[in-house]
Design a protein around this ligand. Sequence first.
Ligand code: ATP
Ligand code: MG
Length: 568
Amino acid sequence: MRLTQLFMPTLREIPAEAEITSHRLMLRAGLMRKLAAGVYIYLPLGYRVLKKIENIVREEMDRAGAQEVLMPAIIPSELLRQSGRWDVFGPDMFRFKDRHERDFCLGPTHEEVFTYLMKELTSYRDLPKILYQIQTKYRDEKRPRFGVIRSREFIMKDAYSFDVDWEGLDASFNKMHDAYCRIFDRCGLKYRAVQADSGAMGGKESSEFMVMSEIGEDEIALCEKCDYAANVERAQSKPDVKERQPEKPLQMVATPGVRTIEELIRFFGTTPDNFAKTLIYTVKGEVIAVMVRGDREVNEVKLINILQCTENDLNMAQEDLVRNVTGAEVGFAGPIGLKADRIIVDEEVTYMSNFIIGANRTGYHYVNANYGRDFKGDLVADVRKVSQGDVCVKCGGRLSVSSGIEVGHIFKLGTKYSEALGAKYLDENGQEHVMVMGSYGIGINRIMAAIIEQNSDENGIIWPMAVAPYHVIVVPVNSADPVQASAAEDIYNTLCQNGVEVLLDDRDERAGVKFKDADLIGIPIRVTVGKKAKDGLVEVKMRKTGESVDVAIGEVLGYIKGQVQREM
Ligand code: ATP
Ligand code: MG
């Protein structure tokens, strides 16, 4: 492709809303444009990258024995009503009515439709099956942001496995796990597979594939010693068990105007691990108090799982309600005399001695509180969020918390959908069973942005060879020089004819501009045709390392083929 013909509108000025590197570079390099919030147009260079990622995914799915189909994006409401998700999805789903007033949605995911299809199969001999598609998904995200990392229309590869039993599902799940590792390796990503929350979906086990990145919206706990890796939403740590001190008598102390943990620290001249804080929530009309150590945060995902409710059911109590149940101003809640329906106490609190709690009286706290003697919870559980330096539950090493971008999610669904939609089979003895399912998603556009997050410098993108829109760009330094121009043409033609993916910068621009653009769009190999062309030499430069060598014009094809192959 010649740059004089390529539709590649590069930008100098970047819209302020592009907060992160990949978003800025995708706009600057002319890979995509925004049409509406969370809705994007892919331009030729961007679309080539997208198709390459799709192909890597497709090859690895096929290699794992999965079969590709294509589902409609339009889904009739009946299917989602059967699984109960028509209501669960809420405003995240794009809904519409047809001319006959029938309800439809634009598919946010396709568990129901695949399960519906599997009703065609009725015998154990037909199983296992793994089906997948690469298709556009629609989610009216509350906060579309970071360009194509969280958009409202995006391409997902979603696969679904159907097995006769749980062991079968384990095998399918492991196959998909391995396929995912190969996909992300081939895309040149640094990633970790982490344990994820399977919460309300009713599933057994799930793993998320996280690309390590500061801009990631997920927090991941990683053990510095063993392979423990979990999304902070579900990560556990050993409770901090301090040696028990002899119990001192409980005492109410006047603490006028002291409400926050910071103020308490100053007032008592101690550290936050000597306090236990009490937070008040409402869940479907019930008042739930949750206690954690003063330096801890409540992990609301754990709480949601304990309470068997949804994210929308759980709310922090309004001030009026807090006043009602504590009989005090906000800031003095504690477990003694609290009018809550249930008190859930984090296990760590039960190991503390002589600690400080709110007294449910404005301007007062208790000191020397002890669990068991002074108060009890209705439930003791792990409801705290792990934090940096916590002790690993698996090996006793230290946990560190870092950020990641979720690019894939694999999930043991079990029988939730096959039961709801009636995907059944007959075994050898003619007995009927429901199929056991797994679901496996990958965000194609999100991978593209994640690759840029991990592979760029101040000059632009550095595409890994396997996903680069083109492998080579040929740049004549001075197009007005007939020797350079014709050598560049010759090299370009030779590479084209031999199946190398190549761009020719035949624009009438200064060399500096051409080099800047080649760096910005991140083409892995640049062939510079300059003054030495008259001596039969050109310079071949690698974008990633900046290394360059002079190569004889006659050897350029072989040299480049070798470089491309090495990096694929
Ligand atoms: P998130 O927690 O980021 O919202 P999710 O749990 O909703 O993700 P899944 O339903 O598991 O995501 O979808 C599978 C994959 O699809 C995700 O791993 C991610 O790569 C991609 N994905 C999900 N939502 C979006 C989105 N709004 N824009 C782009 N990609 C997305
Ligand atoms: Mg989501």
